[in-house]
Write a protein that binds this ligand. Structure first.
Ligand code: LMR
Length: 394
């Protein structure tokens, strides 16, 4: 069976995790995978999560199946978190195994209902978007996103490309904290995108993996809420890996906004049938915790405070890095780092520069030069990064 199997390259981010683990240098710095770390280099379990886990442990009386669409309290609260006070009568939510699982079931569902559509991804995008959409049978193409010189969004080119899309185009957006670039569309750009979507009829597909890591839980949802008000239908894949720190528990949500309540039900039935034929029912533990936190006022507050602290740390690191690079180099080429949002910035490095950072300085960044700024523990690591970075780039 397996003798003639073609070798399969591992996803670069997953491969990097392995290489980093195997590196025995004790001064190594991991700025690779998108995992939040505090100033001690830890990814702690959030206090609200710990408390909810304790309550769940004490209260849970059975491990029987929950159901195909998962925890309904979780689905209800995530829908509110994402769509705000929008009319939810035409929105359906299905708990999924992580943001990635949500992306995949939504993509499979869309391939059943519109197999001849084409999927448009930002250039650049999260590497796993390609196999997810292609694996569901879609042809993929890219639309302009990042100006690689200024490291800002190439807004004119992006809007121009979107103005040429139509009803057979599924356009994938990052709801906030663009991965890998860190460059953000501003509210007025989302207003324009919403108008274009309504005018041309392209289908918006939102990947929302970092809500709360950009400006705030509310502001990070501006994109989706604005577009949802203008278009007849869209989908959202959201993740609780980062904002609840529940990475390994695989907590995500696949959401559908339909033209009407009836069409939302039809699409949701397709989604559930897709889920049934792959993982069947989603894992319960993480979603039960999120549902409990969002339901309970006190836990909710504790969680939001901690999330605010995580976001503040990221923003402070951004300002620190751009200040240090300006002082060190005497120019403002790296000022964009302070304007980016989320954990990532794409510094646009070639393979040689990325390899030198790793081999000579024990600093790990993703191919292409994506850094996870929260991978820097303290000022000493920041200084080491700035020194190494300036040496390999200037
Ligand atoms: C990342 O982009 O590093 C994260 O989303 C983790 C992953 O699965 O790639």
């Amino acid at each position: 069976m397996f003798q003639n199997v073609e070798p399969t390259p591992l996803d670069p981010i997953i491969r990097l995790i392995g290489i980093f683990k195997a590196d025995s240098r004790d001064n190594k710095i991991d700025m690779g995978v998108g995992v939040f770390r505090d100033s001690n280099g830890n990814t702690p379990i959030m206090s609200a999560v710990k408390e909810a886990e304790q309550r769940l442990h004490d209260q849970q009386t059975t491990k029987t199946y929950v159901g195909l669409s998962g925890d309904e309290s979780f689905n209800k609260h995530i829908t509110r978190m994402v769509f705000g006070d929008a009319d939810t009568s035409r929105i359906r939510a299905v708990q999924a195994p992580g943001g990635c699982g949500a992306l995949r079931v939504l993509s499979e569902m869309l391939s059943r209902v519109s197999s001849d559509s084409k999927v448009w991804l930002t250039d650049p995008t999260w590497g796993n978007h390609y196999p997810i959409f292609q694996g569901s049978g879609f042809e993929t193409a890219t639309y302009p996103y990042l100006n690689r010189t200024t490291k800002t969004v190439a807004v004119d080119e992006l809007l121009d490309a979107l103005s040429r899309r139509g009803p057979k185009d599924i356009v994938v957006f990052h709801g906030c904290c663009h991965n890998p670039s860190g460059a953000e569309l501003q509210p007025e750009h989302w207003d324009e995108i919403a108008r274009l979507a309504a005018k041309t009829g392209f289908f918006p597909f939102f990947d929302l993996a970092y809500q709360g890591f950009g400006d705030s839980l509310e502001q990070d949802a501006y994109s989706i809420r604005t577009v949802a008000r203008e278009v007849e239908s869209l989908v959202v894949a959201s993740s609780c890996s980062k904002n609840f720190g529940l990475y390994r528990d695989r907590v995500g949500c696949a959401m559908i906004a339909g033209e009407t309540s009836e069409s939302a039900d039809l699409a949701c039935a397709q989604l559930l049938s897709t889920a049934r034929s792959s993982y069947s029912m989603p894992p319960d533990h993480g979603a039960a915790i999120v549902g409990m936190i969002l339901e309970d006022q006190e836990l909710h507050q504790v969680w939001e405070r901690e999330l605010d602290g995580m976001r503040r740390r990221i923003l402070e690191l951004r300002v620190q890095m751009s200040d240090k690079l300006r002082t060190r180099t005497g120019h403002d080429r790296w000022d964009f780092i302070a304007d980016h949002r989320g954990m990532f910035s794409l510094l646009v490095l070639d393979d040689e520069q990325v390899n030198r950072l790793r081999d000579e300085y024990a600093i790990y960044v993703v191919a292409g030069g994506r850094i996870n700024i929260a991978g820097l523990r303290d000022e000493e690591e920041m200084d080491r990064f700035v020194d190494a970075f300036v040496t390999v780039t200037e």
